[in-house]
Design a protein around this ligand. Structure first.
Ligand code: 5RP
Length: 223
């Protein structure tokens, strides 16, 4: 019989399952958000296994340091074994929308250097097509209106994330209504708009492993 678990219980379950992916003596990449925070909490008893970590945000850096894990700059690392992070939406190809917490650019950079991207998510994030969650797009502040007009031309409705500044000093346009039937194509197109720093589509570099939490337990899905 399956039990209905709270969203936090599901996040904790997938975070705990991800601990099995932490490799002894390697540099670990750590994501941002409430699910990633449960993962960091779970790292505490096994922190001796982690040589050092690369953090995808200032918030994650502080949290890792608070439990005694050394955080190093990506510039001092040429290899990350495993990157563990959450997602706002994920599909069967393990393509994702990320950036609800505003850390998309650093998350995408850390993911790019990782051998294995382990996504941890509760089953509310599982979708057949990406795009119900508004796509976060990080832009250089002076390009905000210009990019917003380009997004409208693409059929999107961009909403300026008021009062939010990314760790990189930029702003975010949360964009509703984009047609994301071809995530790789749209990610590439958005990357090419001058003034866009990064977009929250993780399709060119999807996750390798998904730990998906539901009332029946944690399912492992691989590409
Ligand atoms: C932050 C992210 C997060 O991974 C995403 O927003 C999911 O967050 P949560 O685990 O809190 O649901 O991309 O930029």
């Amino acid at each position: 019989m399956s039990t209905v678990l709270s969203a936090d219980a599901l996040k904790r379950a997938v975070a705990e399952a991800a601990l099995a992916h932490v490799r002894d003596g390697e540099v670990l990449g750590v994501g941002t958000g409430s699910t990633a925070n449960f993962f960091i909490d779970g790292l505490k008893p096994i922190r001796h296994k982690v040589k050092a970590a690369v953090a995808s945000s200032e918030a994650t850096k502080l949290r890792l340091e608070a439990i005694g894990i050394e955080v190093v700059s990506l510039n001092d690392v040429d290899h990350i074994g495993v990157y563990v992070d959450g997602a706002d939406e994920i599909n069967a190809a393990l393509e994702m929308i990320k950036g609800g917490g505003g850390a998309l650019t650093r998350e995408k950079i850390v993911a790019a250097l990782a051998d294995t991207f382990v996504c941890i998510a509760d089953d509310s994030k599982w979708v057949s097509q990406l795009g119900t969650f508004p796509l976060p797009i990080e832009v250089i502040p002076m390009a905000r209106s210009m990019i917003a007009r380009e997004l409208v031309k693409l059929g999107g409705s961009p909403v300026y994330r008021n009062g939010f500044v990314t760790d990189n000093g930029n702003v975010i346009l949360d964009t509703y209504g984009l047609d994301i039937r071809n995530p790789v194509e749209l990610e590439t197109h958005l990357n090419n708009l001058v003034g866009v720093v990064c977009n929250g589509l993780f399709a060119r570099r999807p996750a390798d492993v998904l730990l998906l939490g539901g009332s029946a337990g944690v399912r492992t899905i691989t590409r």
